[in-house]
Design a protein around this ligand. Structure first.
Ligand SMILES: *Cc1c(COP(=O)(O)O)cnc(C)c1O
Length: 375
């Protein structure tokens, strides 16, 4: 039997600590991808490890219909930190499931069917979330997907107002697109989408799976832009690497959410890991740290590499650098010659999503390496 991975890399990773990963020979890598934003408080944060291991020894699993302290604590912590009056939490195991639930809840609560999504958006790989994802490469081999999805240009408030009507169940979008190339939205656009959705009784779903948990320098990008969606989805870094996702909804959506379920909805171990992650994020004000280091990093890239790159964009520690040559070659050079791991976002954008606990010295190391490569 052999594994079936779609983009395997020639580096074996066996250990992680803080902002570093280590291969089998002990070679240290600076992790500026965090396996797609999965370690907001760093690899193997001791408090997260302790919370998960103590639960692991007590109770590896009990189904969500039996109340449990770790899960209840997480419900409370998520509702407390969610923007505005979003008070209800559905737990699952991944981002795509969080969006799948969001779309189902929106259809059930509104009684409507249509979904409006955006160009270059990414929402996951299951048949419903995939239907709301833009890129044909991800969709074509698997069609037909869930129906009723219309796409409008990301950032165009008029196109959104045109597409949404009284039969629209949901609008789904990212407040800052990740996979689509690190494309920030204007706050006024998000506010306009909020108003359009409210006018038509449509559920606004903000996909914060990549932008949430302090990534953009605020706990949620929705909070940063003062937009309260009806549904907010999160996953990726929530369990510091353990698989967990959450669909956070307002009361009107929760009241008529229909019937939904998952065997592994918020088991005690992943709930404890997520609770500890949220606790560290908030207690240590990690989002503010991310805002400061992110600003510094972005300025350094602009000042020192401004002439060598096409564009630098993003918020906090979600940064895209559009390069003049292919991103993959650059990523290879960063990894092999400088022991820095980062990510692409399409063919020409280098995507930086480090643990939010990086310091300026780590930002400097990345800019030094990029300078050496592109000079
Ligand atoms: C990663 C991602 C998803 C899908 O999450 P999975 O856990 O991989 O299913 C959905 N939306 C956004 C914005 C993402 O970045």
């Amino acid at each position: 039997m052999t594994g079936f991975v779609f983009s395997e890399k020639p580096i074996r990773i066996e250990r992680g600590e803080g902002v570093h990963l280590y291969d089998a020979n002990g070679t240290e890598y600076l992790d500026f991808g965090a396996s797609y934003a999965c370690t907001p408080v760093g690899h193997c944060h001791p408090e997260v490890v302790d919370a998960a291991t103590s639960r692991l020894e007590e109770l590896m699993y009990v189904q969500a219909s039996y109340p449990n302290d770790a899960r209840d604590a997480l419900y409370g912590a998520l509702a407390d930190c969610a923007p505005g009056d979003i008070d209800y939490v559905w737990l699952c195991n991944s981002g795509t499931e969080a969006n799948e639930a969001a779309l189902k809840f929106a259809r059930s609560a509104t009684g409507d069917r249509k979904v409006v999504a955006t160009t270059r958006g990414f929402h996951g790989r299951t048949m419903g979330a995939l239907a709301a994802t833009w890129k044909d490469k991800y969709k074509k081999p698997f069609e037909p997907l869930a129906g009723g999805v219309e796409f409008v240009e990301y950032g165009d408030a008029d196109a959104m107002a045109e597409a949404v009507d009284d039969e629209t169940a949901a609008v789904i979008l990212e407040p800052l697109q990740g996979e689509g190339g690190i494309n920030p939205a204007d706050p006024s656009y998000l506010q306009a989408v909020r108003e359009t959705s409210a006018e038509h009784g449509t559920a606004m779903i903000m996909d914060e799976i990549q932008t949430g948990l302090g990534r953009t320098g605020h706990m949620w990008a929705s909070g940063k832009h003062e937009v309260v969606p009806d549904v907010l989805t999160t996953a990726k870094g929530l369990g510091s690497g353990l698989p967990i996702g959450a669909t956070l909804v307002k009361e009107w959506v929760a009241e008529n959410a229909g019937d939904h379920g998952s065997t592994f909805s918020g088991g005690p171990v992943v709930s404890a890991a997520a609770g500890a992650t949220l606790d560290v994020l908030q207690r240590e004000n990690v989002p503010r740290h991310a805002a400061e280091v992110g600003d510094y990093l972005m300025r350094q890239v602009e000042d020192r590499l401004g002439d060598e790159v096409r564009d630098v964009r993003g918020h906090g520690l979600m940064i895209g650098i559009e390069v003049k040559r292919g991103a993959n070659r650059l990523l290879r050079d960063l990894a092999i010659d400088h022991q820095i791991l980062a990510l692409p976002a399409g063919r020409t954008v280098l995507r930086l999503l480090p643990p939010l606990t990086i310091e300026r010295e780590h930002a400097d190391a990345v800019v030094d390496a990029l300078e050496a490569i592109v000079a």
